[in-house]
Design a protein around this ligand. Structure first.
Ligand code: DAH
Length: 339
């Protein structure tokens, strides 16, 4: 009897089933009323009384073993059937939608990379500033129109706390805390109290560059500008410097580049002049150096500042400034390949 039980146990341990129907057939074969395990129960009646205890236990164990085995066969046959039928494992996975980088970020990173190759490092300053860093230290006369309520956002009633109107404030933050040589670029957001239109916004982005050392000349400035323009807009780009005025530089200039759309021949984009303006620059005014505690007899420097939106418009012909802050994914996705 014991041999019979052991043989049946081995048989059950080796069972396999490909699908639910085969599992059911096995259940009937071993566990139904007329199945092999039940048949042992019938034989049990003839077992001598002194063996009943041992054999009864063995039959019970076999029954539990058969039930567990068939249950686990049913589970694996079930998932096998699902894999074979309901799931198509050859199907490609659902695409993951990747975001795109904002065009202003792309251009900012490109500007930074160009200046980094010239040895400039990044400096940052606060967007909420004081009058001294934004105006006073930069040689703005007390009645300069840029201080007017029209242009500047003030925080609360205190006229000394304001949103910076340009990143030039970072120049004086750095010059008052570091000693020359100073070679920095300062990317950041700036604010002006302007009516929002296709051509103006109440906030935009600038990158400022500042180089202060012994013997820095206008020629250094010009060469830096030429390098920047050609790296940014292509090796055939020409530059032109026009005399201009900024309180914090003397002499001051505005830089034009040959129109990158028509190559300088003249088109509606450059208003048929062949040139487009891209930034302001100049030699740091000695008054600014002195205000920051730098000896203007020993040191000189150049500075330049440009709008990131302006550079982006030139590179990608974005017609309306408002598109930069509307978060329209159709617009943002146009820059996917530039990522
Ligand atoms: N801060 C000026 C502006 O917001 C831009 C500028 C012009 C920055 C000349 C400079 C500079 O550093 O030298 O319009």
């Amino acid at each position: 009897m014991i041999d019979k039980i052991n043989a049946l146990r081995e048989e059950i341990a080796a069972l396999t089933a490909a699908d639910a129907a085969e599992v059911e057939a096995l259940r009937i074969k071993y566990l139904s009323k007329k199945g092999a395990v039940s048949a042992l129960m019938n034989d049990f009646r003839n077992v001598p009384a002194e063996q009943k205890r041992e054999i009864g236990q063995a039959i019970n164990e076999l029954k539990n073993f058969a039930t567990d085995t068939i249950n686990s066969l049913r589970e694996s046959a079930g998932s096998g059937a699902a894999a074979a039928g309901a799931l198509d494992l050859t199907r490609t996975a659902a695409p993951v939608r990747l975001g795109t980088r904002h065009p202003l970020s792309l251009v900012r990173e490109e500007i930074i990379a160009i200046f980094r190759r010239l040895g400039f490092t990044i400096a940052e300053g606060p967007e909420v500033e004081d009058d001294w860093h934004v105006f006073e230290s930069l040689n703005f006369a007390a009645d300069h129109p840029a201080r007017d309520m029209q242009d500047t956002f003030f925080i609360g009633r205190n006229p000394d706390v304001l949103l910076r109107t340009h990143t030039s404030s970072v120049q004086t933050r750095v010059m008052t805390t570091q000693k020359p040589p100073i070679r920095i670029i300062c990317p950041g957001r700036v604010y002006r109290n302007e009516a929002i239109s296709a051509r103006a916004h109440c906030f935009f982005h600038q990158v400022e560059a500042l180089y202060v050392d012994r013997n820095v000349t206008f020629a250094d400035l010009r060469q830096t500008l030429l390098y920047f323009a050609r790296e940014m807009f292509g090796p055939d780009t020409q530059i032109r410097l026009r005399p201009s005025y900024f309180p914090f530089t003397e002499p001051s200039a505005e830089m034009d580049i040959s129109c990158n759309l028509c190559g300088g021949k003249g088109c509606s984009f450059c208003k048929h002049t062949g040139w487009v303006e891209i930034l302001g620059c100049g030699m740091v005014d000695p008054n600014v150096l002195e205000a920051c505690g730098i000896d203007s007899k020993e040191y000189s420097g150049f500075a330049l500042g440009m709008g990131i939106e302006r550079i982006t418009n030139l590179k990608y012909q974005v017609k309306d400034l408002r598109m930069f802050s509307e978060n329209d994914v159709r617009f943002l996705e146009e820059f996917a390949s530039a990522r």
